[in-house]
Design a protein around this ligand. Structure first.
Ligand code: DAH
Length: 337
């Protein structure tokens, strides 16, 4: 049913038409400005509902009653819908207000490689480029590989160098957490024939108290090369080249005699650092007994081996004063790398 109407552009709106228009437009009023203009347009003094009510005067009494009642109900309905919307937008403004939606989004925190891992990768890559293959071995190791096959017999005082964490077991008393990566020398030789060139990164464990330069768990990187005719000159050339890659081409390097039961002769290698000599690794020519234990003919084959601590090297290069930082999971430390 349509009504004559002298006002606005909505000349002859029925109650139903007006209702449909009002509800649809209220639905899409998504700002307080649009809500207010909706109110003026539909409920205001010169609005569409008022216009409809004014038009009632020109109807006969019967129609006027019916349509008038409908129009009044519509007004109540629209007023309450409008209030609801206003309340709704007030409460959503509170929550919008507590977040500044104009700020750029927060960057997700990206993880990175642990500084030990970064150092290990740098070291292994240097040796990979010199023809060494990366292999890994068990952290829970047999006494046989950790000591015996490396020429460190039971009850030999040399064992005391490696304070050992034994794994308690009813059936075995020869299982331990490896104290160094050297047992992989024996495992690799046992499993394959020369020529061998491997680099072995991995975790090691020792039963000792911690301080700024000692941890009870840490990483090592072991190296082994075995073939016919390998000499001490090969050892020196390889380790010089390694030091140049990790510490720069002008770095001075020094070898001195040292004792490790699985090499003969044994050395330690130091680099010059701020006027001091800092020891960075142990090395030597693989002991003939170690070759023989692994089933190699020590008259035919020779080799060299070396072992180093990547955390120690990272400490030197990055001026880190306490090895315990590596394993304390403190983001203030870790995010610097
Ligand atoms: N395994 C030794 C340690 O933990 C380090 C080492 C010294 C490894 C000399 C070697 C080596 O391969 O030749 O102290």
């Amino acid at each position: 049913m349509s009504l004559p109407n002298g006002q606005g552009t909505h000349k002859s709106e029925s109650v139903e038409e007006l209702k449909l228009a009002a509800v649809t437009e209220l639905d899409s009023a998504d700002s307080s400005e649009r809500l207010e203009s909706w109110r003026v347009d539909f409920l205001g003094r010169k609005g569409r509902l008022t216009a409809l009510l004014r038009g009632l005067g020109s109807l006969d009494i019967g129609e006027r009653k019916v349509i008038g009642a409908g129009a009044n109900r519509l007004r109540d309905e629209l007023e309450s819908l409008y209030e609801d919307r206003v309340n709704q937008s007030k409460s959503s403004q509170v929550s919008v207000g507590s977040i500044d939606i104009t700020l750029p989004g927060r960057k997700p925190t990206l993880g990175g490689l642990h500084p030990s891992t970064q150092m290990i990768r740098e070291i292994t890559q240097a040796f990979n480029e010199m023809g060494f293959q990366t292999v890994e071995g068990p952290e829970v190791e047999l006494e046989k590989y950790n000591f015996d096959m490396l020429n460190i017999p039971a009850d030999h005082p040399a064992r005391d160098q490696w304070d050992t964490i034994w794994v308690d077991s009813d059936t075995h008393n020869d299982v331990l957490l490896r104290t160094h990566t050297s047992p992989m020398q024996a495992r690799v030789m046992e499993q394959g024939d020369p020529p061998i060139r491997v680099i072995v990164p991995g975790k090691c464990y020792r039963y000792e108290s911690t301080d700024a330069t000692h941890e009870w768990h840490f990483n090592q990187v072991e190296g082994l090369a075995v073939d016919e005719g390998i000499t001490f000159a090969d050892l020196k050339g390889t380790l010089y080249e390694f030091a140049r890659r990790i510490f720069g081409s002008t770095r001075k390097v020094r070898f001195r005699c040292d004792f490790f039961p699985f090499v003969e002769p044994g050395v330690d290698m130091s680099i010059e650092w701020n006027g001091d000599w800092i020891e960075i690794l142990g090395a030597g020519m693989v002991h003939p007994k170690v070759l023989e234990y692994a089933g190699y003919d020590s008259a035919k084959y020779t080799g060299f081996a070396f072992g180093m601590g990547p955390e120690r090297i990272s400490m030197l290069r990055n001026e880190i004063t306490d090895i315990r930082h590596f394993f304390s999971n403190d983001l203030r430390f870790l995010t610097q790398f």
